[in-house]
Design a protein around this ligand. Structure first.
Ligand code: GAP
Length: 490
């Protein structure tokens, strides 16, 4: 069963993943705040991406460029002239629409060519009698629509105390440009040889005309971008280097999402048609995910050629090239750009992890997150909160494990309820502390020093000595299987 967006939105609010921004003031359109569990999940996505792509690869380095950049950057990159959507305005209700979206729904037309007869024209089609397209507002149905005008999606702002044209700049609409303008700094300071990549995670801003679908399309979002520089004169395995690396990055990116839990049947590749390619791209392939709203872009992998480096060289007057020692010549590298949205990745991981099942006649909602993604790794649950020694032991275990992982303590309900709560937020393991753990002197029962670990997915339980917990969780949370680890204690 696939989950609906409404179910995810409601779970996210109820369980502290994501809240509407400025909710007490009625909310801010398309802006969202990540709550205590959402921020953990988001950090985990970014941490895994950084570890896998920057830390572990010898051909990659990281960067954290500023959001506000020299305004000429956006002239050179083409964003001032090309990062636009054609818009039409309703002269009556003043609403604004993307020109290519106004006839996405059927419309009512009184056709002059047929003495004013009324027709319902199907979505996307002109009237078959007079050839007219929708001319009235799709919302209020009364106002005429203006001819299309280009609307730039970049947010404008001013640097310094005076709001004048000279101090106009933009919030970056992509993190990529921070990498291009630092190409030479990084290549020189880190003595890099081609091919090599620079990765960056950070916020981007776009004044989207039609934001929506929860965190899928927002005006403020985060990107994880790589610019991978290759020598266009090289060939690898019989292919031009840029085309070879483009294929490699497409395969790597697909594998990355699958490694952390997205199911193969929910992922697909879509090539951009020639007429939809961005102004800088030779080829772009999108990885699409089957979101609750249908198949939509999760990330894009573009071949940006030498467009950006050449543009910045031209506008800045600084050479942005690489000296090819073998050929004894300067060359402007080509760039392969795997670009993913953090928020969209989070939405995809959330949707894929969500499951409802029946357990002993009751509904169980469980987020089957990969353990490395799960916001909380271990929950410590005392079985008897009236017993001081049980509670003390549970807190002590929490303190020890919290040195390594995000761990919570909860004693606010009966054990069945506590397990369900942790299942619903995707906590892979729960530890319960009971009377056997600490012993019962009144009954002459000695402490066994063991606790019960419960596995979220199988709901199996195994009793483990307290001292063994750090090594057990190190194993389980770094890829060890539950059955292998549990069998050591049976
Ligand atoms: N530097 C290339 C670039 O920015 P893009 O396809 O416009 O390419 C890359 O954006 C990724 O950023 C998208 O695949 C998506 O995951 C994310 N993204 C773009 N616009 C977004 C928005 N308005 N809200 C949330 N995520 C967005």
């Amino acid at each position: 069963m696939s989950v609906t967006m409404d179910t995810l939105v409601s779970l996210c609010k109820r369980r502290g993943f994501i809240f509407q921004s400025s909710e007490i003031y009625g909310g801010t359109g398309s802006c969202w705040d990540y709550g205590p569990l959402g921020v953990e999940l988001k950090q985990n996505i970014k941490r895994l991406w950084w570890r896998d792509y920057i830390q572990r690869r010898p051909d990659m380095v990281g960067l954290d460029a500023s959001i506000l950049m020299h305004p000429t950057v956006w002239k050179a990159s083409g964003h001032v002239d090309n990062f636009t959507d054609p818009m039409v305005d309703c002269l009556e209700c003043r609403r604004r629409f993307r020109a290519d979206k106004v006839d996405e729904t059927p419309w009512v037309h009184y056709c002059a060519a047929t003495k004013g007869n009324k027709f319902t024209i199907p979505a996307g089609e002109p009237c078959s009698h007079c050839g007219e397209r929708r001319t009235l507002c799709p919302e209020c149905g009364k106002g005429s629509l203006t001819p299309p005008r280009q609307f730039n999606l970049m947010f404008k702002t001013f640097m310094g105390p005076v709001e004048e044209d000279a101090s106009l700049t933009y919030l970056r609409p992509e993190t990529a440009q921070g990498i291009f303008v630092n190409f030479d700094n990084v290549a020189q300071s880190m003595r890099r040889k081609l091919p090599f990549g620079i990765g960056q995670i950070g916020k981007a801003f776009r004044n989207e005309i039609t934001p929506g679908n929860f965190i899928f399309r927002t005006r403020e979002f985060e990107q994880m971008e790589i610019e991978y520089f290759v020598n266009p004169r090289d060939t690898v395995e019989g292919k031009p280097a840029d085309e070879y690396w483009h294929e490699r990055w497409i395969a790597d990116s697909l594998a990355w999402f699958q490694r952390y839990g997205l199911r193969e049947e929910n992922l697909r590749l879509r090539e951009h048609e020639k007429d939809e390619l961005a102004h800088y791209a030779k080829r772009t392939a999108d990885i699409e995910y089957r979101f609750p709203i249908g198949w939509s872009e999760l990330m894009g992998i573009a071949n940006r050629t030498d467009f950006d480096l050449k543009q910045h060289a031209q506008f800045s007057g600084k050479a942005l090239s690489y000296f090819d020692e073998e050929r004894k010549e300067h060359v402007v590298p080509y760039v392969i750009e795997p670009s993913a949205g953090v928020d969209r990745a989070l939405l995809a991981f959330l949707a894929d992890a969500y499951q409802e099942e029946e357990v002993r006649g009751e509904k169980r909602v469980v987020l089957r997150f990969h353990p490395e993604l799960a916001p909380v790794k271990v929950a410590i649950l005392p079985l008897l909160k009236k017993r001081d020694d049980v509670v003390r032991t549970a807190h002590a275990i929490r303190d020890t494990l919290a040195k390594h992982w995000t761990v919570v303590y909860d004693d606010t309900a009966a054990i069945g309820r506590l397990y369900r709560r942790q299942d619903e937020v995707g906590t892979p393991y729960c530890v319960t502390v009971d009377v056997q753990t600490v012993g019962d002197t009144d009954k002459g029962e000695s402490a066994d020093g063991k606790v019960t670990i419960r596995d979220r997915d199988s709901m199996e339980q195994v009793r483990v000595p307290i001292d063994a917990l750090p090594t057990v969780f190190l194993d389980l949370l770094s890829g060890g299987s539950w059955s292998a680890v549990a069998s050591r204690f049976r």
